[in-house]
Write a protein that binds this ligand. Structure first.
Ligand code: GTP
Ligand code: MG
Length: 136
């Protein structure tokens, strides 16, 4: 079976939504393999978000991700990379579909789509890379 990295981002932790998000992952039938509360430093975030370096939202995104702890979760299941992104919903929480984590629980807080509660790896290569960054 496949594994993915899920992050409950600082907004999700601060709003007390970690349990709700874990419940949705478990209700979908995925397994929690490992879980930790992390306060990432800039270096770790630069590695995690390397593909976004130089984009207009990059610096605000790193600042946001350093604003408080995140919960990093190693999640396992058949096609879990694709499956978690489906239950997370699209990037912008304002328009993410109802029924998804971002659609049900998120909205624009004046910072465009940055505070969108969760991260999920988008491909097997990124899952392997990101799991080593957060759990290595
Ligand atoms: P992740 O699961 O977090 O990787 O989300 P994603 O794959 O849906 O989005 P992407 O990898 O393209 O962007 C990574 C993160 O950068 C997003 O989750 C947002 O927090 C933030 N982000 C992406 N696009 C924008 C944008 O246009 N504006 C702002 N402010 N933030 C953005
Ligand atoms: Mg992404």
């Amino acid at each position: 079976t496949e594994e993915t990295l899920v992050l409950v981002k600082p907004d999700g932790v601060a709003r007390g939504l970690t349990g709700e998000i874990l419940a949705r992952i478990e209700a979908k039938g995925y397994s929690l393999v490992d879980l930790r509360l992390v306060e990432p430093d800039r270096q770790r975030l630069e590695r995690h978000y390397a593909e976004h370096a130089g984009k207009p939202f990059y610096e605000p995104l790193l600042e946001f991700m350093m604003s408080g702890p995140s919960v990093a979760i190693r999640v396992a299941g058949e096609r879990v990379i694709e499956g978690f992104r489906s239950i997370a919903g699209t990037t912008d929480p304002t328009t993410a579909a109802p029924g998804t984590i971002r659609g049900d629980l998120g909205r624009d807080w004046g910072c465009r789509s940055q505070q969108n509660l969760v991260h999920g790896s988008d491909a097997p290569e990124s899952a392997a890379r990101e799991l080593s960054i957060w759990f290595g």
